[in-house]
Design a protein around this ligand. Structure first.
Ligand SMILES: [Zn+2]
Length: 147
């Protein structure tokens, strides 16, 4: 998904640093200085303890698929040419869960529990959207063992 007239991100006061970092191909999440919880999407108060003492941290870009659906009928005309595409809930290695698309030629083979890695979708005018792609075979696979 890196073409056509797809919507561009709209930053607000809570998310402006997030979108600025995305333009640098970085995924930022917020972490609370008081309770240590990380969260996504960006908020000005910790959803665990309501502290306003929050830091921005760089996510590693690794995660796993909590769940997904394959969209075959787009909810907006701009996405219609992309169908079928994958909308997924990604559990980041740092803890927070985020909504993302799974991109890549093997996206439709996605399964719950698949490892994914961060990638960025170009939405034009320098806007980059954090997205994910399948990370391939799990580490430690026994495929080919004993042959
Ligand atoms: Zn907190």
């Amino acid at each position: 998904m890196s073409q056509m007239n797809l919507p561009q991100p709209v930053a607000n006061a809570d998310s402006a640093p997030y979108w600025a970092a995305a333009r640098e191909r970085r995924l930022l999440i917020r972490r609370c200085r008081d309770c240590g919880a990380s969260h996504f999407m960006p908020r000005h108060l910790c959803p665990s303890c309501w502290s306003d003492q929050l830091d921005w941290i760089d996510a590693s870009g690794g995660g796993s698929v909590h769940s997904y659906t394959i969209v075959r009928r787009a909810s907006a005309a701009a996405f219609a040419p992309l169908t079928p595409y994958v909308l997924a809930l990604i559990d980041l290695d740092e803890g927070p869960r985020m909504v993302s698309n799974i991109l890549g030629s093997d996206a439709l083979q996605v399964r719950i529990g698949d490892r994914v890695r961060l990638t960025f979708e170009d939405r034009g005018d320098g806007h980059l959207l954090p997205q994910f792609e399948r990370a391939g075979q799990a580490v430690g696979t026994l495929a080919g063992a004993g042959t």
